[in-house]
Design a protein around this ligand. Structure first.
Ligand code: M6R
Length: 362
């Protein structure tokens, strides 16, 4: 049942405010973060190794910024297909965390089995509680996204991010890096997300308008800085999966180290940049693109649009949001652009060519 939407993907994008509300309700009780079962005590952990594939991998990369910045916990992130063949040493005090919507991805499961008996704790963040990855973990944290049918992952991504953000706040609290006031503020910012996502979803028509122009491109670049950098990757993955347009993501500051050679008047460059502490640097990266005739699509808030000035090709105006949770909100325009570009191209949005929902072979 597509609930009145043309595609499952559209339905799943639209469901995000309500599934995120469920997830927040499950994990936050009386203003405190409560994990199921025995939970995890981060005072006993001094390194986190995160492993996943595809969209779940980008959720891990985003979470690395959170765990390192707010909990001062060192984090390694790896794609599952590379992880175990490298035979990484797992040192005492390491928790290993596996993120998977299906809980059945072959490489992620194999990575988990590699860590079993080596890591202090095996954690997972999954959508399917009875899956193999959940069953073989010491602690499985559900993302409560409900069944996701579209091959392109959308609501599972934002739910994974919410659970990882809560875990990072818990780690910060356990490790004495965040006081009660800080925790309360972080929880408020997370709780404000469903409302903000609703506002972002209202940009659907705007995204559709821009997407009709994007649909003509052969190559598209995504740029982001800080925690927006993994999201740039997620935006590029989503776009290539369903529209078949070649898309690449770069850290904004890496552009001049090579990729800027690709920029000309045919290449849209999508810059995901809320007005944060690093915004000024992003503006100068954008100017480098515009000076070479590149078409910048800036996704930012009113302050950001103001500071960026003239010369951009187009702007998608987002609500203002706290830095900490910005990647979760900015996932929405990334999803909407991919969706509407695919619709404009007439591709099979829910069943893109060559792809399976769950990859259970290596
Ligand atoms: O079920 P999983 O989360 O383990 O799946 C991982 C990837 O296969 C998955 O995220 C894939 O990249 C999606 N098609 C992305 O939209």
């Amino acid at each position: 049942d597509k609930g009145g939407h043309k595609h499952y993907m559209a339905k799943e994008i639209a469901e995000q405010p309500s599934v995120l509300t469920n997830a927040l309700g499950f994990y936050i009780k009386d203003g405190r973060i409560e994990l199921p079962g025995a939970g995890i005590d981060f005072t006993k952990i001094d390194r986190l190794t995160m492993v996943a594939c595809g969209t779940a991998f980008y959720a891990c990369l985003t979470a690395k910024y959170w765990f390192e910045q707010i909990a001062r916990l060192p984090v390694d992130v790896d794609v599952a297909s590379e992880f175990r063949y490298r035979e990484p040493p797992i040192t005492p005090g390491t928790a290993a965390l596996f993120v998977s919507q299906s809980g059945e991805t072959a490489d992620t499961l194999a990575a988990l089995r590699y860590c079993a008996g080596k890591a202090d704790r095996i954690l997972s963040v999954v959508n399917v509680p009875e899956s193999s990855i959940a069953r073989e973990s010491d602690l499985a944290l559900p993302i409560l996204a409900g069944r996701e049918i579209g091959v392109a992952s959308t609501k599972a991504f934002t739910c994974q991010l919410i659970v990882l953000a809560l875990l990072a706040v818990k780690a910060a609290q356990d490790r004495g890096e965040m006081d009660a006031e800080g925790v309360a503020r972080a929880l408020e910012q997370l709780t404000a997300l469903p409302g903000l996502l609703n506002q972002a979803l209202a940009l659907g028509d705007r995204a559709a308008e821009v997407s009709r122009k994007l649909a003509e491109a052969r190559d598209i670049l995504f740029l982001g800085r800080g925690a927006m950098y993994p999201l740039a990757h997620e935006g590029a993955l989503k776009l290539k999966e369903i529209s078949y347009i070649h898309a690449e993501a770069y850290a904004s500051g890496e552009l001049k180290h090579g990729p800027i050679a690709l920029v000309d008047k045919h290449v849209p460059v999508i810059v995901m940049a809320p007005r944060d502490a690093l915004f000024e640097k992003t503006v100068s990266n954008m100017q480098e693109v515009m000076a070479r005739g590149g078409k910048v699509l800036l996704i930012t808030d009113a302050k950001g649009a103001d500071e960026a000035g003239d010369g951009v090709w187009d702007t998608i105006l987002m609500p203002e949001v706290a830095d900490f949770v910005a990647p979760i909100l900015y996932a929405v325009p990334a999803q909407l652009l991919a969706y509407h570009t695919a619709v404009a191209k007439g591709t099979d949005v829910d069943q893109p060519r060559n792809l399976a929902k769950s990859v259970t072979v290596e």
